[in-house]
Design a protein around this ligand. Structure first.
Ligand code: GAL
Length: 405
């Protein structure tokens, strides 16, 4: 009897959904729901087709593409549906209902198929009265909705912030007071569900987000242009210290494949999101990817940086003789720790040319000769520095072995 009680107690303790952490330089309880130990990898329909992509057939076609393109084997697991998947009204018991025209066999039939393919399924909701697109929000229904998601086999819940306060964009509402309600509902839902907070970087979410979600958007919506990519990345450099296993800054969904970024810009977008440890959630039609885009997102070296178990985000460093980073515009020099080395990012921010780095300038390295590899070119060497010819907005992603040779 005593041993049974002891085992039961042990089970409760070991399932505690929080862990003590000093990641922010002070003691805090970070969410520890067993998910998001490394940043999420997957797809979401919003950047591809907004409401039009919130259908069973789009989810299943994406899942099939993940398998046939070899992306699943590289770790792309989440197939996430965004706004507009639901019917406009809840049922008489107050439950969310999938739109029957978009989900003829319901959600569960789709999650079952996605799970059978070895993948995971995500859905979208909102903390307010309505989603941004005018579908039912979870305000006042948090517990019920968490149970519904679990019963459907949902693995990932993106939680938006419209109509929480006055009007569309939550004026007057403090997100830190109501996002934990859905966290607790998911924790008690009976299923591990990744909690993706989408409150657009309000209320300094990076400071408290680690105790609430597995990721938190840190900016307004990404746009399909280089300026938007660059400004989000510049801001991410200022909050890199808040990323840690189980909870990461979310720089928003990818714009690769959507026809506006050059090849150089697609490489930099992917490389920056990888070294900043943002979720990499593709936002384009995965059945129509250009070979050049596919090659970028299948880069094994860069994916290994993104999925490194240390889970620390890179930030900017100032080489001797260079102007200081400003935080508001993209800076060319980035570095961060890995479990087995250091990652350096060089970005041709303003002009094409020769970009070089002396390892003695890089935090975590120092004087001496190091072996390194650059993942887009495949170049490897030993030395005290590395340099690359980069076209405008292109990026070099370099992994340096920590022990000098
Ligand atoms: C925004 C959100 C976008 C997308 C959209 C759907 O608030 O930031 O990522 O989900 O709502 O309506």
């Amino acid at each position: 009897m005593i041993s049974k009680i002891f085992i039961a107690l042990l089970a409760i303790v070991s399932a505690a959904p929080f862990r003590d952490s000093y990641e922010n330089g002070r003691l805090e309880k970070r969410l520890d729901n067993g998910l998001g130990k490394t940043p999420a990898l997957g797809w979401n329909g919003w950047n591809q087709g907004q409401c039009n992509a919130a259908t069973a057939s789009t989810a299943l076609n994406t899942a099939k593409a993940f398998v046939s393109l070899g992306l699943k084997d590289l770790g792309y697991l989440y197939v996430n549906i965004d706004d507009c998947w639901a019917s406009k009204a809840r049922d008489s018991a107050g439950n969310l209902v999938p739109d029957p025209a978009k989900w003829p066999n319901g959600i569960k039939a789709v999650t079952d198929q996605i799970h059978d393919m070895g993948l995971k399924m995500g859905l979208y909701g909102d903390a307010g009265r309505e989603t941004c697109g005018g579908y039912p929000g979870s305000q006042g229904h948090e517990v019920q909705d968490g149970k519904t998601l679990a019963s459907w086999g949902v693995d990932y819940w993106k939680y938006d912030n419209c109509y929480t306060g006055t009007g569309f964009n939550n004026a007057g509402a403090n997100t830190s007071t109501y996002y934990p309600t859905m966290r607790d509902s998911l924790l008690n839902s009976g299923r591990p569900i990744f909690f993706s907070m989408c409150q657009w970087g309000r209320d300094n979410v990076w400071i408290w987000g680690g105790s609430v979600g597995n990721s938190w958007r840190m900016s307004d919506d990404i746009q399909n242009n280089w300026g938007s990519v660059a400004s989000i990345a510049a801001k991410a450099a200022t909050i890199a210290q808040y990323a840690a296993p189980g909870g990461f800054n979310d720089l928003d969904m990818m714009q690769l494949g959507n026809g506006k970024l050059s090849g150089n810009e697609e490489r930099a977008h992917f490389g920056l999101w990888a070294i900043a440890k943002s979720p990499i959630i593709m936002g384009t039609d995965m059945t129509k990817l250009a070979t050049s885009t596919l090659e970028i997102i299948k880069n094994k070296g860069i994916l290994s940086i993104h999925q490194d178990p240390l889970g620390k985000a890179a930030t900017t460093f100032q080489p001797s003789g260079a102007a200081a980073p400003s935080g508001s515009s993209l800076y060319p020099y980035w570095a961060g720790p890995l479990s087995d080395g250091i990652v350096i990012g060089l970005i041709a921010v303003d002009k094409a040319g020769n970009y070089s780095v002396n390892f003695s300038d890089v935090p975590g390295l120092g004087n001496g000769s190091f072996s390194w590899a650059e993942f887009y070119s495949g170049k490897t060497a030993n030395g005290t520095s590395a340099s690359f010819e980069l076209g405008l907005h292109d990026m070099a992603v370099i992994k340096v072995n920590k022990s000098a040779v």
